[in-house]
Design a protein around this ligand. Structure first.
Ligand SMILES: Nc1nc2c(c(=O)[nH]1)N[C@H]1C(S)=C(S)[C@@H](COP(=O)(O)O)O[C@H]1N2
Ligand SMILES: [Mo]
Length: 261
């Protein structure tokens, strides 16, 4: 079956190439193994999503549904016991790249003394945490690869505490669907519970053995080697547990939500 064929049915003056690239990107994930080749036609996808591709709005809606479908499949395929590769000290990328939706000199400067992490939503202890409370949690460290969708990847060393430990201490409802994050710089993100509980998901306070510098997310960054770079929030100010889809800074602009790497 020729995957380009159904596009001809589009009545709108759409930029075909970019539509196909977008859909391909959405499907260029392990989910392809489940869906198989045939579903890669726009016609097939339109049928599955119940969309008619007649105007810009319906195309947007269609792409969002493809992306959500993809989230579901990535969720099914996620293996909570599979570990991402780890590396040696000698393989660390130096200097480790900085990335954010602004330049490095605009990275927020959070005052550590007055900082209080807020924890809310479906948790038993809606308490606030000082940095020393957090630093007293069980320690874990790992050297892993961070992959950014903008076309670079780098190996870094982050230290902190297993996020599952933190969730246990706040009495999080681990049957809830999402964990959301609010950051000091207007960034926000959310992740699925199985990833939150994954053994390599760390709430990190150090980079390469030093206190996390502002540019890498002081006072803390959630580090998940099983997810793409944009899913790893820096400068976390609030963590909440919820069953309502919280979205994310890039997701709300059309990126895929699950964002597995
Ligand atoms: N608060 C916040 N977290 C963020 C971002 C951001 O702009 N603000 N950018 C994300 C993206 S796209 C990437 S690639 C990584 C970059 O992290 P680094 O600066 O430590 O390399 O942070 C992620 N987390
Ligand atoms: Mo990124």
């Amino acid at each position: 079956m020729n995957p380009l064929k159904p596009v001809k049915k589009l009545r709108l003056d759409l930029d075909r190439e970019s539509l196909i690239i977008d859909v391909r990107r959405q499907l260029d994930m392990p989910s392809r193994r489940l869906f198989g080749q045939r579903i890669l036609t726009l016609g097939g996808l339109a049928m599955m999503t119940g969309c008619t591709l007649v105007d810009d709005k319906s195309v947007d809606n269609f792409l969002t549904r493809v992306s959500r479908m993809n989230d579901t499949v990535q969720g099914w395929l996620f293996d909570p016991n599979r570990l991402a590769p780890t590396y040696t000290e000698a393989q660390i990328t130096r200097p480790f790249p900085f990335n954010a939706f602004y330049d490095v000199d605009q990275a927020p400067e959070v005052n550590g003394d007055s900082f209080r992490l807020k924890v809310s939503g479906l948790v038993q202890n809606k308490s606030v945490w000082t940095l020393s409370d957090l630093y007293a949690l069980p320690k874990a460290e790992q050297i892993t690869r961070h992959i950014c969708v903008e076309g670079w990847s780098a190996i870094g060393r982050w230290g902190g505490t297993p996020f599952s430990e933190f969730l246990k201490r706040v009495g999080a409802d681990t049957s809830a669907k999402y964990i959301g994050f609010k950051c000091a710089d207007d960034y926000y993100e959310s992740i699925d519970m199985p990833t939150a509980l994954h053994p390599q998901t760390l709430l990190t306070f150090t980079y390469d053995g030093q206190r996390l510098p502002a540019k890498y997310g002081y006072p803390m960054k959630l580090r998940m080697p099983t997810k793409l770079g944009y899913k790893n929030p820096k400068h976390i100010m609030e963590i909440f547990v919820t069953n309502e889809f919280p979205g994310g800074y890039w997701v709300d602009q059309g990126y895929n939500w699950f964002g597995g790497s």
